[in-house]
Each structure stands twice: as structure tokens, then as C-alpha cells.
Design a protein around this ligand. Structure first.
Ligand code: NAD
Length: 389
């Protein structure tokens, strides 16, 4: 077996370690350009504190922007323009702080500011535009995750949307993995329960899909098992008590592990359909993954029963049941977790109807779907989505 494993150069993890930001960031450069993924981080003083901590270590900073939606082509192009007008110089690095939206915007801008063959990121996205590749390394990048969901802090891609034409595609390159990750689970304490629930289910979906992906590999699989053990107990704790240290720590680690895993082994059907649900039906990414996960597990049980059973026996070693029973136990566990944290069972509860299905099927054929352990035809996917209405 041959494989490559990519990861950030350094991951600094721990409760309260945001305080160490200055000395850690010093290794990346002399001026931090800040992109935030949440207005809450401004109103609760986190961005002010970030700037103060940098100043204390003699690092200057510029606040560039806050994004309060999942990033679109225009956001990347405009923010890259702002960076160009400021004048990028040696010693500059980007800081992406927030959920997947803020970190992805920062990752995309770090790449676009040094790659100027086109003035729009559209031309660099997978499957749309001119298919340009990065020829220059992105600016150095510090990722500070605050949602415990996407694992974007450890991945090679940034997910970028467009409404006209409608698509949600990745900008992807090995060099786009952030150089440094500062993961302080305490930063997620201000995330409300519904967002904790859906972002946490995104991490769980990534861990399960990476484990069973047709591109699965030993290192990611080992990470997935550990991540699932942490997440399956941590998610309800974090949703039901947002200040729970163990809940937030377990989920932050699970999300990080899910990012390391997906960056190296790909995903599956739930992540194939989620961008389509985002772009055509405005369903937030994590919620789309959560609602698609039980159906995805069901659709793949014929080829991954043993893997499901292996996961069950790892997270619940006390169970003495057959392989088939253990595989079904895992699917039931995920459905009951979704129910407990109030993820709807039906797509119709989120405004999806029959007329959306052809567009959803057509827009589900991206990189993630290609990792699904078996081929899902358009006819089968149509049936799966209709059954979820
Ligand atoms: P998000 O970044 O959109 O954030 C969700 C909400 O949480 C926002 O309203 C934000 O304001 C709020 N929030 C964030 N941090 C907060 C805090 N500390 N306190 C209070 N509120 C806070 O959601 P997400 O699920 O983290 O990211 C979704 C995006 O990431 C999607 O575009 C998705 O496609 C993408 N994604 C990227 C990757 C990758 O590898 N690059 C992987 C999966 C998903």
C-alpha cells in the first residue's frame, strides 16, 4: 500500500492556550492579517484580545474582515483585493479565526494573494472555471478554530460557493494546509446549542465517512476511531452544557482529528449531497451532513458491515454481539444521537421538496461523492432523497 499523509506543521491544543498566541504566532511572521468567521468573536472581545496578544509579542496586526455566511466567490475576490491594496510584504501571515467559514475564507485568500494568474478564485476551483493550479505557496497561515466541526484547520481545501451559477466547490492544494493550528476548546463555549449540534455532527460525519471511504488509509482510520470515541460521548455534553470543559475538549479534538482524516482519505455520500443542499436549499453545511448521515450509513452497509462493526466494538467494547448486529447498532446510535440533539429526520422539515431533487442530484457529484465506498447512481440517489422528504 502506498500513501502520503499531510498535516499542519504544528498543532497546539489545550484549554486556555489562546493566551499563548503571541509566542506561537511569532514563528510565522511579523504582521498578522486577521479574518474572522463570527460577529460574536468581535462582540465578546476575542478579536480585541487576539490583537492585544499579538502586540505583546511585537507582532503588528490588521483586522481585515468578518464573514457571517459560508464564503462565496465574491467574498474571496473582494477580500483578496483588500489585501492587495494594503500592500502585502515579507513577514505577513494570515490568521483565520472562526468556524469553517472564516478559516476557509482566510485559506482561500492566503492562496489567492500570492497566485495572480486570474483575479477571481473561480478560475482555481475544482470542476468550474479555468482549472488553474496554484504555482506559488500561499501566505503562511494560522488557523484558530472556534466551532468544533469542519476540521478546516487541518485540511487542504477551502469550500467556496456561488449562487449564479449555483455551485459549492473547493479550492484545493497540498500547500493550503494551515502551517500552525491553535486549538483552544474554550473559544467554543459561546457557540449556541443548535450550532454546536450541527457542527459537531459534521465532525462525526467526517470521521465516519473517512473511515469507510474507498480512499481510506491506516493513519486516518486510526484517527477516526479515536475521534469517534471522543465525539460520540462529547457531543451531547457540549450541546446540553455549552460550558462543559470535557464536552468542548472532546469535540474540539474530534473535529481536528476529522480534518486530519478527511484531508488524507476523502469523504462520501453525505458530504457529496451537503453542498447541494447548501446551495439549492440554503441548509447550513453541518445540518445537511447530519441529516444525510443515517441514510449514508444505510446505503453503504452492504459493502462496509465489517468496518461499522469494528467501530462499534472500539467505542463500545462491552457489547457482545454479531458483526451484523454491531453494524446496525452503529446506525441506530447515530440516529438516536441526531434525535437527542434535535436534528430533524426529514429534509422536508428544512424546506426541501420534490422539485429540488433533480438539482440536488446533479450538484452532488463532487470530490466527496467520489470517496463513497460504492457507486450511487442518479436513480438511487433520487430514491434516497425522496425517502428523506
Ligand atoms: P460557520 O463557520 O459558518 O459558523 C457557524 C455559525 O457559528 C456562524 O453563525 C458563526 O457566526 C458562529 N460562530 C462561530 N464561532 C463562534 C463562537 N466562538 N461563538 C459564537 N458563535 C460562533 O460553520 P462551520 O460549520 O464551522 O463551517 C461551515 C463551512 O465550512 C461551510 O462553508 C462548509 O462547506 C465548510 N467546510 C470546510 C471544510 C474544509 O475542509 N475546508 C470541511 C467541511 C466544511
Amino acid at each position: 500500500m502506498n500513501y502520503d499523509f499531510f498535516s499542519p506543521s504544528q498543532i497546539s491544543f489545550g484549554w486556555g492556550r489562546f493566551e499563548e498566541l503571541g509566542p506561537l504566532a511569532g514563528s510565522l511572521g511579523a504582521r498578522g492579517l486577521i479574518i474572522s468567521g463570527s460577529r460574536s468573536l468581535e462582540s465578546n472581545g476575542v478579536i480585541e484580545k487576539l490583537k492585544r496578544l499579538l502586540t505583546r509579542s511585537n507582532i503588528t496586526s490588521e483586522f481585515i474582515t468578518t464573514i457571517s455566511h459560508e464564503p462565496e466567490v465574491a467574498d474571496v475576490d473582494q477580500t483578496t483585493n483588500i489585501l492587495h491594496h494594503m500592500g502585502i510584504r515579507a513577514g505577513d501571515f494570515l490568521i483565520g479565526i472562526g468556524g469553517g467559514s472564516g478559516i476557509d475564507l482566510a485559506k482561500a485568500c492566503a492562496a489567492m494573494v500570492t497566485n495572480q494568474e486570474s483575479d477571481t478564485v473561480l478560475d482555481y476551483l475544482e470542476g468550474v472555471g479555468r482549472g488553474l493550479k496554484l504555482t506559488q505557496p500561499p501566505l503562511p497561515m494560522l488557523a484558530i478554530p472556534t466551532t468544533a466541526g469542519t476540521g478546516s484547520e487541518a485540511t487542504k481545501n477551502a469550500v467556496i460557493s456561488s449562487h449564479a451559477p449555483a455551485f459549492k466547490k473547493s479550492l484545493r492544494a497540498d500547500q493550503m494546509i494551515p502551517n500552525l493550528v491553535l486549538c483552544d476548546p474554550q473559544l467554543a463555549c459561546s457557540v449556541p446549542p443548535d450550532i454546536t449540534a450541527r457542527t459537531g455532527m459534521d465532525a462525526i460525519t467526517q470521521l465516519l465517512e473517512s473511515y469507510i471511504s474507498c480512499r481510506a488509509q491506516p493513519i486516518p482510520q486510526a484517527l477516526c476511531l479515536q475521534g469517534l470515541k471522543l465525539a460520540l460521548s462529547g457531543i451531547t455534553e457540549a450541546v446540553e452544557d455549552g460550558t462543559s470543559r470535557s464536552g468542548r475538549e472532546n469535540m474540539a479534538q474530534a473535529a481536528l482529528l476529522s480534518g486530519l482524516a478527511l484531508a488524507n482519505s476523502g469523504l462520501g455520500m453525505a458530504h457529496g449531497v451537503a453542498p447541494a443542499l447548501g446551495i439549492h436549499c440554503q441548509i447550513p453545511h453541518g445540518l445537511a451532513c447530519a441529516i444525510m448521515l443515517p441514510a449514508t450509513l444505510q446505503a453503504n452497509i452492504s459493502v462496509r458491515q465489517k468496518e461499522y462493526a469494528d467501530i462499534t466494538h472500539f467505542i463500545a467494547p462491552e457489547l457482545s454481539i454479531s458483526e451484523a448486529e454491531a453494524a446496525h447498532w452503529l446506525i441506530d446510535k447515530i440516529q438516536s444521537l441526531n434525535d437527542r440533539i434535535k436534528i430533524p429526520r426529514r429534509l422536508s422539515e428544512l424546506g426541501v421538496n420534490q422539485s429540488h431533487i433533480p438539482d440536488l442530484v446533479a450538484s452532488s457529484r463532487g470530490n466527496s461523492m467520489s470517496g463513497n465506498p460504492r457507486e450511487i447512481s442518479d436513480t438511487e440517489l433520487t430514491q434516497i432523497l425522496e425517502d428523506l422528504l
